[in-house]
Design a protein around this ligand. Structure first.
Ligand code: GLU
Length: 472
């Protein structure tokens, strides 16, 4: 019987959870869910200078926002140093690794010689077979793995296929430094083994590491986990992902007003697809996701597509849920705190009533917030340039006429106010738009908004008439 699947996400806490890391986490998570397995989380914090608690917190926060949970407590790689040392020493005992006393000068000389001869810089194995009694006094050695010198190390990769690395290119790399600290290469293997990881899914920038790590697994006689090295994400123009292309932390996407579900749906299709399905539920993703179906070629990140997809998610969202999502996101949006402070029960009710009209006009929560801002505006409203223009270009006269009609409406609903505005337009010989546009400008301070009769209904009789009269 095969073991239950255990995947892991292993970010280095040197920065935010960037978009590539988020996709790696998502693929691991989906594969774990798909197979009924687990996903573990390991914080690779061995680089003490660059790792910060703030970055760890940001990574966990980003994962939670995307709805990617993990099993058990996050593991700190740094805290497992003793275990890494223990295995390093064990490898020496087994004759699979050895102490190397080569000095910095010797190593430099080796590198320069290799360069002069046009070879890649490789450790020449000078301590590989030397007797420990030859050790120079007072020198703290490093521990190097005794890597195979001939043949190939083969990585059977679920995405890349079989990848063969000539062993002559993989030298006896260091597993423990002279201060006893493990190298990254070694720590990852020991941790993945101890955590019972069966499947490693990560960026293909780690493919060469996979060969070196395989050498450590084999030296310990441990099973090599199944590997899947996923292609990196490039920009829409095919170039390596830069900030301009979207190489940002996931929190930046939250600030830009994307819905976590939409971003997840967008990310899953970066390098993986299921037929032509563009929009899928989480359950469908879980059901359909297979590592073997990940593409070998680099995926392209395209903001325009993300935005369009987000728009679809917004329109499909249930009004109550979208309002909850907006509320949860407001603290991260520019000017969101002020809106949140004024979101009393009345305004919440108004917002909900206007939601259908608002969400049709918004591709992001930022646009939704902007669209809703008229509900929060203080009288007399500040008009934007276009709205001011509409009123200046004869709009104010039409507005005066409309207000007279609206003043007479007692039963204030979208239908009754519409009838009043139509009646005015007909009498004045105006197209409906000529009467409705100034109305919109005065009610919202803008030239675009949800349907103007809905706006009237949402604001109510008193507030609507007051806003209109303010502009006369
Ligand atoms: N910590 C590594 C990174 O953030 C990942 C290592 C791994 O997945 O094996 O790139």
């Amino acid at each position: 019987m095969s073991r239950p699947v255990v995947t892991r996400f292993a970010p280095s806490p040197t920065g935010y959870l960037h978009i590539g890391g988020a996709r790696t986490a998502l693929f691991n998570w989906l594969f774990a869910k798909h197979t009924g397995g687990k996903m573990l989380l390991r914080i690779e914090d061995t680089d003490r200078e660059r790792s910060t608690d703030a970055a760890t917190a940001a990574i966990l926060d980003g994962m939670k926002w995307l709805g990617l949970d993990w099993d058990g407590e996050p593991v700190s790689q740094f805290e497992r140093g003793d275990r890494h040392r223990e295995i390093g020493e064990e490898l020496v005992k087994r004759g699979k690794a050895y102490y190397c006393y080569a000095s910095q000068d010797e190593l430099t000389e080796m590198r320069e010689k290799a360069r002069a001869e046009g070879r890649p810089p490789r450790y020449d194995g000078r301590w590989r077979d030397r007797d420990p009694s030859e050790a120079p006094e007072g020198v703290k050695p490093v521990v190097r793995i005794k890597a195979p010198q001939d043949g190939f190390t083969i990585v059977q990769d679920k995405v890349q296929g079989e990848v063969r690395f000539p062993n002559k290119d993989l030298d006896d790399f260091i597993i423990l430094r002279s201060d006893g600290n493990p190298t990254y290469m070694h720590a990852v293997v020991v941790d993945d083994h101890d955590m019972g990881v069966t499947h490693i899914i990560r960026g293909d920038d780690h493919l060469t590491n996979a060969a070196r790590q395989t050498i450590i697994y084999e030296a310990m006689g441990w099973d090599v986990p199944v590997m899947g090295h996923i292609p990196l994400i490039h920009g829409a123009d095919g170039a390596k992902l830069s900030k301009r292309h979207g190489a940002l932390g996931v929190e930046a996407y939250r600030e830009m007003g994307y819905l976590p579900a939409a971003l997840r749906n967008y990310l899953v299709r970066l390098g993986w697809s299921h037929g032509d399905d563009e929009i899928m539920t989480l359950d469908q993703m879980i059901e359909w996701f297979e590592i073997e179906d990940v593409n070998k070629g680099a995926a392209r990140f395209d903001f325009a597509k993300l935005e369009a997809l987000n728009g679809v998610y917004m329109r499909q969202s249930d009004d109550v849920e979208l309002l909850a999502q907006l509320e949860a996101t407001l603290p991260y949006l520019e000017g969101g705190d002020e809106m949140l402070a004024r979101l009393d029960p009345t305004r919440r009710g108004q917002l909900l009533a206007a939601m259908t009209g608002l969400k049709d006009r918004a591709k992001t929560l930022v646009e939704l917030k902007d669209g809703a801002s008229f509900l929060f505006a203080e009288r007399p409203l500040a008009l934007d340039e276009k709205a001011a223009q509409i009123l200046a270009d004869g709009g104010r006269d039409a507005l005066a006429g409309v207000v007279t009609k609206l003043d007479a409406v007692e039963d204030w609903r979208a239908e009754t106010t519409e009838a009043a505005v139509r009646a005015y337009a007909e009498e004045a010989g105006l197209k409906l738009g000529k009467a409705a546009q100034p109305l919109r400008a005065a009610l919202t301070g803008r030239s675009v908004s949800p349907g103007v009769f809905d706006v009237l209904a949402v604001l109510g009789r008193e507030e609507s008439l007051a806003r209109l009269k303010d502009q006369l």
